[in-house]
Design a protein around this ligand. Structure first.
Ligand code: ADP
Ligand code: MG
Length: 433
């Protein structure tokens, strides 16, 4: 067969992607960002060019659900081949979802729901994972293991919108950066795609008012959460907690600590409860990994809370006793009953929570702490995802200082003296000012 000669103009590519066109070295190629930024189109262009250059390669094109392949990326391959007047020189097997180029290089499209069939495909040279957030980390690792053919330039390309920091992709490539010796991460938005119609852009921009979370993800290409958030009853507020205490002498301050060490941080929060207006003000925090108990005690003392009652995670009695010894005498275990997580969350949800802008970790957690979905039904269940919960667990413990019980203090507010607010000492943690 005659060698294929094609001339391709630079203009058919979006500029933002051009530096990647002949990057055959990076094993992991991560394309993320807003909707319609041209991610899929570019990866298809790049891989067709690569496959025209190298004969007899095999690329697996993956999506979570096989059905969705036909109308999306399979169609896109055909569109690009047709634009380049190559489609009629390729062998397209619509039923099998295969496309074979004139030089024998092949693209095989498979849903992960077809995992047995994927296992039977040998010698895979490259992998493309479209909408990579749809699959889970294990599935991704399994795919990675398949990529060890004898040919050079084995690459994985993934594309996705940044729909949640709880998704594994965030931990994989963003939380602590990535290894630039084998990975490139390319962020693009609608601004990088000169082929987008104005209507599309206008619809994206309109979301700024109608749906700010969608706007952040799909227009700005920033990580935000499409998950069902646990706390929506909060906002950032620049307040002076000392003033607040003076103005409302009946409020209660409460302090709390959640333990972590190597993998999780230890998280401390300081907050004020206004039981009359049903408001909580979180005014101070610390959040740090690797702190031993003496260092934890020192931090609390340095912040000026060493003399306060501090509610701490009751699972760590030994740490509590040690911290006590190190000079924080009133630290004590938070009560932990059956369903204490859900009950604690429900309790906090009854308040309007104001968070001081300096409490960046608490804010980050509030923006991301989300409910789990049932694996099969995909319905949300009454169980939180075990992430973004360190400051927020501490806040749950600290809220015990605000619980209505049979203390003198509580009776004065809620009992006979209706609405009469008196200052006094509470027997149960917290402090009345
Ligand atoms: N290089 C290109 N040439 C022609 N059209 C393009 C090009 N890049 C993107 N487009 C068009 O822009 C739209 C969005 O591109 P797409 O690749 O689907 O974006 P994303 O995958 O980032 O959501 C599609 O209609 C696509 O065909
Ligand atoms: Mg896409």
């Amino acid at each position: 067969m005659e060698p294929l000669k094609i001339t391709i103009k630079k203009e058919i590519f979006n500029d933002a992607y051009l530096p990647q066109l002949q990057n055959y070295q990076s094993r992991f190629n991560v394309y993320y960002g807003g909707a319609g930024s041209g991610k899929s189109h570019f990866v298809v262009q790049k891989m067709i060019l690569k496959y025209l250059e190298f004969p007899n390669r095999k690329c697996l094109v993956i999506r979570k659900v096989g059905n969705s392949l036909r109308d999306s990326i399979f169609e896109l391959f055909k569109t690009v081949l047709s634009d380049w007047q190559l489609l009629n020189r390729c062998e397209v097997k619509d039923s099998l979802l295969h496309i074979i180029l004139p030089n024998g290089s092949i693209f095989i499209f498979k849903g992960l729901d077809d995992s047995e069939k994927i296992k039977s495909i040998a010698n895979i040279d490259d992998i493309i994972v479209e909408e990579c957030t749809e699959i889970d980390k294990q599935e991704f690792s399994q795919l990675g293991l398949r990529l060890r053919s004898k040919n050079p330039y084995n690459q994985i390309h993934v594309m996705f919108n940044p729909i949640s920091k709880s998704n594994w992709v965030y931990e994989m490539w963003f939380q602590n950066g990535y290894d630039s010796s084998d990975t490139v991460v390319i962020k693009t938005t609608y601004k990088d795609n000169k082929f987008l119609p104005d209507d599309y852009i206008n619809a994206l921009l309109k979301m700024k008012e109608t749906d700010p979370v969608y706007y952040r993800i799909y227009a700005l290409g920033e990580f935000a959460s499409l998950d069902k958030l646990i706390y929506t009853n909060w906002e950032e507020l620049d307040f002076n907690w000392r003033e607040l205490m003076k103005e409302r002498p009946y409020v209660i301050a409460s302090f709390a600590l959640d333990f972590g060490y190597i993998n999780d941080p230890s998280a401390f929060v300081a907050m004020i409860g206004d039981l009359v207006h049903k408001e909580i003000y979180i005014f101070d925090e610390f959040y740090e990994k690797g702190l031993m108990n003496d260092a934890l005690a020192q931090k609390i003392i340095k912040k000026g809370y060493g003399k306060e009652i501090i509610f701490a995670d009751s699972a760590e009695r030994k740490s509590i006793d040690e911290i006590k010894k190190y000079g924080v005498p009133r630290i004590k275990p938070a009560k932990k009953g059956k369903d204490s997580i859900i009950n604690g969350i429900q309790f906090l949800k009854q308040f309007k929570i104001y968070v001081h802008p300096s409490c960046v970790n608490t804010i980050e957690e509030l923006k991301n702490y989300a409910w789990k979905k049932d694996k099969i039904t995909k319905e949300y269940i009454n169980v939180p995802i075990d992430m973004y919960n360190h400051c927020l667990d501490a806040a749950r413990y600290g809220a015990q200082g605000f619980k209505i019980g049979n203390t003198t203090y509580d009776r004065k507010i809620y009992g006979k003296g209706k609405g009469v607010i008196r200052i006094g000492k509470t027997k149960r943690g917290g402090k009345v000012f």
